[in-house]
Design a protein around this ligand. Sequence first.
Ligand SMILES: *Cc1c(COP(=O)(O)O)cnc(C)c1O
Length: 386
Amino acid sequence: MIPYGRQHITEADVDAVIGVLRSDFLTQGPTVPAFEAAVAAACKAQYGVALSSATSALHVACLALGLKAGDRLWTVPNSFVASANCARYCGADVDFVDIDARTWNMSVPALAHKLAQARKANTVPKIVVPVHFSGQPTDQETIWDLAQEYGFKVLEDASHAIGASRSDEPVGSCRWSHATVFSFHPVKIITTCEGGMVLTNDKTLAWRMSLLRSHGITREAAHMTVRTDEGAWYYEQLELGFNYRMTDVHAALGLSQLTRLKNYVERRNVLAKRYDQLLEGFPLQRMTVDEKNYSSYHLYVIRVDVAKAYKSRREVFAALRQRGIGVNVHYMPIHLQPYYRQLGFELGMFPESEKHGAEAITLPLYPELSEAQQDQIVAALHQSLQ
Ligand SMILES: *Cc1c(COP(=O)(O)O)cnc(C)c1O
């Protein structure tokens, strides 16, 4: 089976990990701060806070941005559940903004419309989480203008999009957001096995996120509130935090992987353009990438519209799997998950996301996918559509 995504691990990666295993610190050593600084520099942000996953990164970012019970967070249905769950961890309510029919990212007109209504009902969200679906940046500058107008915070879920850029501005620079989250799960662009990071240009926000990452504990005298003269062992817990730390072993892998970020994204672009050419004329909807965008192509997604293809997604998907192509679906809309239905969401609420969820197939795409394998995938897709 050709998988839909796969990590690429080199001997240099292995050596970097072994180097930390032989060193004095497996966690809370020098490698995590080095990785944070390197990612922040690569993305032109001032601060990076590494965490155990993108999910924990979204959680601490929401807390540090002040999200609490009674508040609202909006995201898109066309994402992984973590984009919405972060609000629930904080006791806040989730609502969704439908996607654009062409880019499959948050529809900015739909966001503007919903905000205007929310202002009248006094239900403007505290945080909006745009998701750079498949690695293509959202219309972030317009979302930022709306944030100024309505006073919400912008938290980019860029789990798919490290290495992407919009108008030459790297995703993660936080030019048009308060904070940006990356995932380093093995199917993503670079990996730390499990891991994530939040980037921000706000020093206080970065400090609060690093506090929440490690139990809410500080060892810095300047932040202490009780006493500061007890000796070097002394620490204070200032609020209720978690153990969401990344280890130095994982950070060493990430630091080594980061040196190949540019190559990985270039290779993904080459393969994606090649898919575009090979699939020309197929009765399928392909991805539309805005000309301002350089996508990181975490995913290559096609859509099977039964009215055009005379085949259902289910049939095409099953035929591809049978031919050894490890296709996948991104995403079943979050609001249709049983957990979210229990909260009152139902079919029909976000029609573009629902249509996408019913038609989408993710084809294999990862740096080591060969042209020959890609030809095999396209041939299998051709047969599956017969
Ligand atoms: C993978 C992913 C996450 C969660 O990442 P983890 O590092 O596995 O916690 C969140 N949001 C999106 C859009 C993702 O694709």
